[in-house]
Design a protein around this ligand. Structure first.
Ligand code: NAD
Length: 354
């Protein structure tokens, strides 16, 4: 397993160091794990004058998977846009052709009261939102601002998906469902949008290749409502770029804790970039305060989706569960009666249980 490790900025290096402890445990068990470090974001700018240096691109292209911390920091906020840390993220996604974004949202029994929703609504929640990342209204042409004949300004964008773009994300969705509860809900707006009519048609066609997966379709407005009404009805939700952008943020807040949520972005061959969904948290960087569990859980996703190592993935997830059950909490998820620990102690606790 050749893994490019890109810690990035802010809390990135601290949280990635804990995830590496987990990889080291797996390595001692006999898995052949090769870690190579590179710079991205502000760290890339500092080292090479570029948020996505050529050396990092080479490293990422040669690796089987990429583990990323986070990018961004106050110091870089005044740089011209192409030099900003966030450009590093956009460029690596494009460079590696990562079109499928997977965001699981699950609620651990110990953290059920951290959600803003009632515990009986979110207890046991375990959903996966799969968002297409490279098409849709965010990239469709033409787009722009213009003046009408009577001088009024108007803005326009093009929602556009080709059959092949829909088919490849649908395959990822059905394959992910096969590894879970075998239910896939495709989200669209087929009652209004032509793009969605095609989306529904293609997803239905592809679904015939996966007879074990139960396929349903839901309009996006209803999906937004159902996510807060009864989120447990979902297993995998398959969405286009814009609907997924909105629904995945909604779903992440069902769990109540940004420091717990991992993500994966995959290419057509299941090569992936794995990262926590949160940012570089400059307000707590370097203080041993950050929650590292989202990054550790990103390693579990890496094993599951890039290395087809379900056993390793589940063991990491179980080690996290056990650590929480044993009362360990970083300050973002601390509650009375639990044990407050720092980033490093949390990493050690998970590694010990693994
Ligand atoms: P953020 O996610 O970094 O932080 C939001 C809040 O959540 C902060 O109070 C932070 O302390 C807290 N937080 C985040 N992760 C945490 C963790 N693991 N443990 C404990 N607390 C945590 O978002 P922001 O403040 O809007 O952005 C900060 C920087 O991060 C900006 O430069 C932004 O551009 C960048 N950013 C990067 C990514 C990424 O790398 N994928 C994503 C979002 C934002």
């Amino acid at each position: 397993m050749k893994i490019a490790v890109l810690p990035g900025d802010g809390i990135g290096p601290e949280i990635v160091a804990q995830a590496v402890k987990v990889l080291e445990v797996l390595s001692k068990e006999g898995r052949n794990i090769d870690l190579e470090y590179g710079e991205i974001g502000g760290a890339g700018y500092d080292a090479a004058g570029d948020p996505y240096p050529a050396a990092t691109s080479k490293l990422a292209n040669e690796a089987d998977a990429v583990l990323l911390g986070a990018v961004g920091g106050y110091r870089y906020d005044t740089l011209p846009r192409p030099m900003r840390p966030e450009q590093g993220l956009l460029r690596i996604r494009k460079d590696l052709g990562l079109f499928a974004n997977l965001r699981p949202a699950s609620v651990y029994p110990e953290l059920v009261s951290a959600s803003t929703l009632r515990p009986d609504v979110v207890a046991g929640l375990d959903i996966l939102i799969l968002r297409e990342l490279t098409g849709d209204i965010y990239f469709g042409q033409p787009r722009g601002l213009r003046r009408t004949a009577d001088g009024e300004r108007e803005g326009y964008d093009t929602m556009l998906y080709s059959e092949s773009e829909i088919a490849r994300i649908a395959h990822v969705g059905f394959r992910a469902a096969m590894k879970r509860d075998r239910r896939l809900c495709s989200v669209d707006k087929a009652n209004v949008l032509e793009t969605s009519v095609l989306w529904r048609d293609v997803v239905t066609e592809i679904g015939k290749e996966y007879p074990e997966v139960e396929l349903s379709h839901m309009y996006v407005d209803n999906a937004a409502m159902q996510l807060v009404r009864n989120p447990r009805q979902f297993d995998v939700m398959l969405t286009g770029n814009m609907f997924g952008d909105i629904l995945s943020d909604e779903a992440s807040m069902l769990t109540g804790s940004i420091g717990m949520l991992p993500s994966a972005s995959l290419d057509a061959n299941s090569k992936g970039l794995y990262e926590p969904i949160h940012g570089s948290a400059p307000d707590i960087a370097g203080q041993n305060l950050a929650n590292t569990l989202a990054t550790i859980l990103s390693v579990a996703m890496m094993l599951r989706y890039s290395f087809d190592d379900e056993d390793g993935a589940q063991r990491i997830e179980n080690a996290v569960r056990k650590t929480l059950a044993d009362g360990y909490r970083t300050s973002d998820i601390f509650q009375e009666g639990t044990r407050k620990v720092g980033t490093k102690e949390m990493g050690d606790a998970v590694a010990a249980r693994l």
